[in-house]
Ligand binder design. Structure first.
Ligand SMILES: [Zn+2]
Length: 446
């Protein structure tokens, strides 16, 4: 079994149950788990990582992304649009995607996340044009080496049925459910330490029917997998719900079985007090995506109120067509700043933002084996260099969120080092970027 001994870290922010913070301590990784934490650990034959001058945190957890969108960053015509207009600009471009676009764009998004300290990410893939499959993104995650929760998204109401997406991007609901079963059976690993899990994720209440929402929940619970969708993202979204369903999004979700500890909703910018109570009571999770909410002018999610009420909250960078950065530690910083805009400078500390980005996200994704550094938990660590310019002159490890760095020095996932000296060890990144840019140019010409 491979062992790595990480020696003499300046700071280890564990995010364990007691929120221990250690100085000058060591961590022993054995196989995929943390085997020991403490001073002067010994392990004959272990690989040694010298962590003097480093800050170690749990690997960050990303709870919402659309990896395929790394191919549509900063698209003209979608740069300044509100949500619905933004979607209508991008749908025809996304209709030109196929398996290669899905694979390469996922590699880029996953690499970007890894370099920003992320060890576990979910992805919400809800369109499957030209033979694309969820399998394409899972293959990309296996190459990069990130722990991956793929969700089988879906859209079924096309333009001709009064929906927003073009007909070419929607699928028949029977096929959606069949393919969901296929990918769960093929890839979902329920065991502790799983590198791949699969969830069920209709895109949003405005792109699928009530029937599909209900049947997806039944299927997910039958299979023991988690459920994910977009909810209450902005005012247009609330107005749509009131007009089409005669109720607010929280009520809609509850009526269709979309509340519970096995459900997490992206955004939730517009949840009201009653909906926050519903989510807290039912342990329904939220993927907070502050940069995307800023970019699309959606508003400031009531994260302070959610956290105070006991709603599980994690962070999401969201897709790269609406962020357009997939940097998770930068996202944590933005979450901290945005709560301060609304609620004052003491509304969210750097420590709380880091907690949301680590154990908060792990809880939202149903992973009590991740999101903290503790004996027996998975060996997922982000190691930050405190000697770089961004951190120079800092007095406290809170500088990681208040100042930087915004890129990791090293990253361990399941005990394997996938970033070393700020570079991915598993892939040739310049080659992937070149392939991505060729695909983007082709899409721009279509
Ligand atoms: Zn999204």
């Amino acid at each position: 079994m491979t062992e790595t001994l990480i020696k003499h870290a300046d700071h280890i922010i564990t995010m364990d149950d007691q929120r221990h913070a250690l100085q000058g301590a060591d961590i022993l990784l054995r196989g995929g788990v943390v085997a020991a934490i403490g001073q002067n650990l010994k392990a004959d034959g272990a690989a040694v990582f010298h962590a003097k001058g480093k800050i170690i945190t749990p690997g960050l957890v990303n709870t919402h992304h659309h990896l395929y969108q790394t191919l549509t960053r900063a698209v003209p015509g979608a740069q300044d649009a509100l949500l619905f207009g933004w979607l209508q600009r991008l749908y025809p471009i996304w209709a030109g995607f196929g398996p290669e676009e899905m694979f390469v764009s996922a590699q880029v998004g996953l690499a970007e996340l890894a370099l920003s300290g992320c060890t576990l990410t979910s992805d919400h893939l809800y369109l499957y044009p030209n033979g694309a499959r969820l399998d394409d993104t899972i293959a990309a995650a296996e190459e990069i080496g990130l722990r991956f929760h793929a969700t089988r998204g879906a859209m079924s109401i096309g333009e001709s049925d009064g929906g927003l997406p073009p007909d070419a991007l929607v699928e028949n609901e029977e096929h959606i459910l069949e393919d969901s079963i296929r990918v769960i059976d093929a890839f979902h690993d329920a065991s502790a330490g799983a590198m791949v899990r699969v969830g069920v994720a209709p895109c949003s209440p405005f792109s699928v029917t009530r029937d599909l929402m209900r049947n997806a929940a039944i299927l997910a619970r039958d299979k023991g997998v988690m459920m994910h969708t977009h909810l209450a993202e902005n005012d247009e979204d609330i107005a749509y719900s009131l007009e089409k369903f005669g109720c607010r999004p929280g009520q809609y979700a509850e009526d269709l079985g979309w509340t519970g500890a096995d459900v997490w909703h992206a955004h939730c910018v517009k949840l009201d007090g009653r909906e926050i109570d519903l989510f807290a009571r039912s342990r329904t999770g939220v993927a907070h995506c502050p940069c995307s909410n800023c970019r699309l002018g959606s508003g400031i999610a009531p994260v302070r109120q959610m956290r105070d009420a006991g709603v599980p909250v994690g962070l999401g960078v969201d897709g790269s067509a609406s962020n357009d950065i997939g940097n998770l530690v930068a996202e944590a910083r933005q979450a901290m700043l945005l709560q301060r805009v609304q609620n004052g400078a003491d509304a969210m500390s750097a420590g709380e933002a880091l907690e949301i980005a680590t154990r908060g996200g792990a809880q939202v994704l149903g992973r009590d084996d991740c999101g903290q550094i503790a004996v027996g938990k998975r060996a997922d660590l982000a190691i930050w260099d405190a000697k770089v310019i961004e951190n120079a002159g800092s007095w406290d490890p809170a500088a990681l969120l208040l100042a930087g760095p915004m890129k990791v020095d090293a990253l361990f996932v399941e005990g394997r080092q996938i970033v070393s000296e700020g570079q991915l060890t598993s892939v040739d990144l310049p080659k992937i970027i070149a392939r991505q840019n060729t695909l983007a140019r082709k899409l721009a010409e279509m």
